[in-house]
Design a protein around this ligand. Structure first.
Ligand code: AMP
Length: 230
């Protein structure tokens, strides 16, 4: 099952993505995590990406697109993948579609967590990252996953904030890209919705990101179940 996963920063995509990954045993490929990993390791890619990430801008397509397409060719992707954070603009969407067709692969599902801009911003600013595991959900602005005593709710480890999560200008910039219907992420989503009308795939699964985390998960698992995924 090949899935692309959309939702504005702050919509709970990381949390739901971790659940899908564990349940269906497919790799969760997050472009933001790949970039941040390279920044902490001090690689050349990390150096290139850092300035863009700090400003909330997109890392240029000539860096990002080959990186993602190469990652999808790795051995662990043979039985499917969950792609999160890519495509983020219309040219990335077209390149992904073309590359998949060239390789005889289908995009089975598109998941979109729908959430308004203000709500998403509040969630981002409350987000806390567990130093042990990026997929441990903690957020001081969401009751259900509010950490105790500033430690991770799951494992008790130290919590950090992401620099680009506390910078309002960077958040607004990221959301400008996401909510852009001309050539940004909403345009990329529309591109696949149009393909779905024409070709029958990908299946389009829309989720209400305003619901509680467990409700979103229930809806998600239910909709994936309807596609034959148990
Ligand atoms: P995220 O963790 O998804 O919020 O991504 C963090 C940052 O990584 C973004 O603000 C961009 O600077 C960069 N990034 C992630 N995915 C992409 C992408 N598909 N294209 C370009 N830049 C990206």
């Amino acid at each position: 099952m090949n899935i692309v996963f959309f939702g504005p920063n702050g919509s709970g995509k990381g949390t739901q993505g971790a659940i899908i990954k564990d349940r269906y045993k497919i790799p969760h490929i997050e472009t933001g995590v790949i970039f941040r990993g390279n920044i902490s390791m001090g690689t050349e890619l990390g150096e290139k990406a850092r300035t863009y990430i700090d400003r909330g801008e997109l890392v240029p397509d000539e860096v990002t697109i080959p990186l993602v397409l190469d990652r999808l060719r790795e051995a662990d992707c043979r039985n499917g993948w969950l792609l999160d954070g890519f495509p983020r603009n219309i040219s990335q969407a077209i390149r992904l579609d073309v590359a998949l067709r060239q390789e005889g692969l289908d995009l089975d599902a598109l998941i979109e967590i729908v959430l308004g801009r203000e709500a998403a911003k509040k969630r981002i600013m409350g987000r806390r990252i567990c130093v042990n595991d990026n997929n441990h959900p903690n957020n001081i602005n969401i009751e259900a996953i509010r950490p105790d005593d500033d430690r991770c709710r799951i494992c008790g480890a130290e919590l950090r904030t992401r620099d680009d999560d506390q910078d309002e200008a960077a958040i607004d910039q990221r959301h400008d890209i996401y909510y852009n219907k001309e050539d940004g992420t909403l345009a990329a989503i529309q591109y696949f919705k149009d393909l779905s009308h024409k070709r029958g795939t990908p299946a389009i699964l829309e989720l209400d990101g305003g619901n509680r985390v467990e409700e979103v998960t229930r809806e998600l698992i239910g909709k994936l179940g309807n596609l034959g995924l148990k």
